[in-house]
Design a protein. Sequence first.
Length: 313
Amino acid sequence: MNDETALKGAALPQSIDETLGLLSSAGYVADRALATVLYLALKMKRPLFLEGEAGVGKTEIAKVLSATLGRDLIRLQCYEGLDVSTAVYEWNYAAQMVEIRMAEAAGETDRGELAQDIFSERFLIERPVLKAMRPHLSGPPVFLIDELDRADEAFEAFLLEVLSDSQVTIPEIGTIRAPEPPIVIITTNRTREIHDALKRRCLYHWVDYPDAERELTIVRTKVPGVNERLSGEVVAFVQRLRKEYELFKQPGVAETIDWATALTELDQLALNPEMVSDTLGTLLKYQDDIERIQGSEAKKIVDELKKEIVAGM
């Protein structure tokens, strides 16, 4: 094996089952529908648009692909006011000024030549979008555009060229095209609607909360050493919250994992109402939700779960 081959990332999965195995090898418990759309996105070299509530594992998919395929992960974290200079590129103005001063001191007065020089790629500061268009030794990188719904609609319009043609245009230089399309994962928590023009350029998948069986598998995978009874009760408690209570923010899988981890650190072997009330801050993130569940409501849920366990024996 030569050095160049050694630097290459792993081969892409060649079937849905291989995709499931790839995710599973990194501890990501996916359903077949997600594995199918991910396999197609990789096979068709299309961006994958993942929508769903916060904490259901959308961002983790990009991280898992980067780790299992041996590809660089380039992350663009979106926020209100995100612009081209932050997301794509900007000029190194300090270095440009130094170059201008040096040219003046040397008596170089050809303005056209100087302008062409200072607006060359050696003065370019690359941001995530431009980095994703560059060749990488390990192969096309995983390009994560995270929480796109937090960015402004104008930024969506800019992304259309990137998603359609894997290229970005810099007025002073021209068009820079990726030698191979990056593996693009776009996530949104649906705080606002994303324009259809962008969605049409992607394959789409809604990442939902897992059912009890899959969530239990996730918890036992992600929290080594968790007590079997405790993990079952934690998942049953969280599932009941999602189904029977209209909370301001339902707990995601990430919060379920955090809660199971916290209870394990506290050496708990099963749920009890007092400990549930004391640790709700790891599961729920709004005070109104915590106040609604802690105390008598937490005791009611725990007592009902224990009755169901006894009845099922």
